[in-house]
Design a protein around this ligand. Structure first.
Ligand code: NAP
Length: 271
């Protein structure tokens, strides 16, 4: 599972028969690839089959955080709904606005496709290499991160967690965002500096955040983000559909069977 940290010590404790590690996830930041390579152990993941499921959760978080679903649902559940009010739970609209995708890979592309096709959003993105398909499909424009943050009405994170992306969104970056902007993270919790995000949300320096991932998971009981009304948090359910999880299970099993047979994993992670 993505919640299992698999380092060299764990690999060694499995003994010399360990041939393969199949992550039940596409992100593999929980596995020490160098340690695996050093020991001749294959590592596999589950790319592609959870792209649509995760993109749907990102779109859901954009709408839900931008339209105040969290406090609105809490209002009904606490029996506080008294009347229709002109200024109650005012949110943001997305039609024709700018969506910044940080990490235009499989999931980032699928989110851009949905929000460009459905909401007519202008798409800007970051990635280490240009993404010609996104540029031709959605007229997406590649920007430096700072420029993307300054231009975007919604920022959605889809990069892997690496040494380069840990704490990518901190106080300085949040300070570059528009006051009405919505930040969505379905990547990994560690991509965002959570203390800085709690500050930005409580001081209303950005409008809202929608998070499917946190640090740690589950999030601490005392984490300030839990009590910010403009922070909507899901318990890491990006790939939680029957279709995605069934296919992920098959891919992980096929990876293990291949490794046991001394073959290359069909969905191996290369680095
Ligand atoms: P992917 O296809 O590999 O896409 C990741 C993209 O990020 C790549 O296009 C890569 O492009 C870009 N990238 C890498 N380093 C970057 C950096 N420093 N700055 C900006 N962009 C960078 O992976 P995916 O299948 O879309 O999945 C993305 C991530 O989502 C996974 O790694 C995982 O952590 C997370 N995820 C979460 C859930 C969930 O349940 N919430 C489900 C699935 C996946 P370049 O190589 O050109 O930089």
């Amino acid at each position: 599972m993505l919640s299992d940290k698999i380092d060299g010590t764990v690999m060694d404790s499995a003994g010399s028969n360990l041939r393969g590690i199949a992550n039940f996830a596409v992100g593999y930041n929980n596995i020490d690839l160098q340690a695996a390579k050093h020991r001749g152990i294959q590592v596999g993941n589950t790319p592609g089959v959870l792209t649509n499921a995760t993109a749907d959760i990102a779109v859901g978080l954009i709408l839900a955080a931008g339209r105040c679903f969290g406090p609105a649902i809490a209002n009904v559940q606490r029996f506080e709904w008294r009347n229709w009010e002109p200024l109650m739970f005012l949110g943001q609209e997305f039609e024709g606005k700018t969506l910044g995708i940080v990490g235009m890979g499989r999931i980032g592309h699928a989110v851009a496709k949905r929000m460009h096709g459905g909401w007519g959003m202008r798409i800007v993105y970051t990635a280490r290499d240009p993404k010609p398909e996104a540029e031709s499909s959605f007229q997406a424009i590649r920007l430096e991160l700072d420029e993307l943050l300054a231009q975007s009405d919604v920022v959605s994170l889809h990069c892997p967690l690496t040494d380069q992306t840990r704490n990518l969104i901190g106080a300085r970056e949040l300070g570059l965002m528009k006051p009405k902007a919505v930040l969505v993270n379905t990547a990994r919790g560690e991509v965002v500096d959570q203390t800085a995000l709690a500050d930005a949300l409580s001081q209303r320096r950005i409008f809202a955040a929608g998070l499917d991932v946190t640090t740690p998971e589950p999030i601490d009981r005392t984490d300030r983000l839990r009590s910010e009304s403009n922070c909507l948090i899901l318990p890491h359910i990006g790939s939680a559909t029957e279709d995605a999880r069934n296919q992920m299970a098959m891919m992980a099993a096929n990876n293990l069977v291949a490794a046991m047979d001394g073959k290359l994993m069909p969905f191996g992670v290369t680095k």
